[in-house]
Design a protein around this ligand. Structure first.
Ligand code: ZN
Length: 198
């Protein structure tokens, strides 16, 4: 195709190309905008792990304009355009210093990971071996850039978080590395709102 596109549209296409889908089938899955955006979860009294099989969490749906307003440009690029932050950046340095707490989605506040599953993989991005609240973390195949990878997204807002790699030999219980962009996450120190009681 050789259609002359305005610069903005071309940029958007470029961004989506470097994103995720194997190609072709994303036009039909546009979310509708008339659902009320749900609020971040209010502090649950304790970690109620209900293995609800297919019960997906309520979706957070916002227009691109709304996302742009509420996210920083870097967060928007990563979460909404499947970008990747620079390795060993400031966010990563902060991440390494963070203590006990919970990591929620930078876009919608869904609980995603906890400091319990955090480990130092020396890869330059925040790494976890398991999601804290598995129903809020989804994975899907990512065939972009000529590689077969598994993309990690937030189940609530579909925000791009990073990728998960298996069998790399890290001494963790799962031998998985959830390689997550720090800007996709918000850290809630233990004891603060949004964090589980303990
Ligand atoms: Zn989210």
């Amino acid at each position: 195709m050789k259609t002359a596109l305005p610069a903005l549209a071309a940029l958007a296409i470029l961004a989506s190309l470097t994103g995720c889908q194997p190609g072709g089938k994303n036009a039909s899955t546009m979310p509708t905008n008339n659902k009320p955006a749900s609020t971040p979860p209010t502090a649950a009294p304790s970690t109620t792990v209900t293995p609800a099989t297919n019960a997906a969490p309520a979706k957070v749906v916002r227009s691109e304009e709304e996302w742009r307003k509420m996210l920083t440009p870097e967060q928007y690029r990563v979460l909404r355009q499947a970008g990747t932050e620079r390795a060993f950046g400031t966010v990563y340095e902060e991440f390494k210093k963070q203590g006990v707490g919970t990591y929620v989605c930078g876009g919608c506040g869904a609980e995603l990971f906890s400091s319990k599953e955090k480990f130092d993989s020396h890869c330059g991005w925040p790494s976890f071996y398991d999601p804290a609240n598995a129903k809020n973390v989804l994975t899907r195949d990512d065939l972009a850039h000529g590689m077969v990878r598994t993309e990690v997204i937030c189940a609530k807002c579909d925000g791009h978080l990073g990728h998960v790699f298996k069998g790399e030999g890290f001494p963790t219980p799962t031998d998985k590395r959830y390689c997550i962009n720090g800007v996709s996450l918000k850290f809630i120190p233990a004891g603060q709102t949004n964090a589980p009681a303990k």
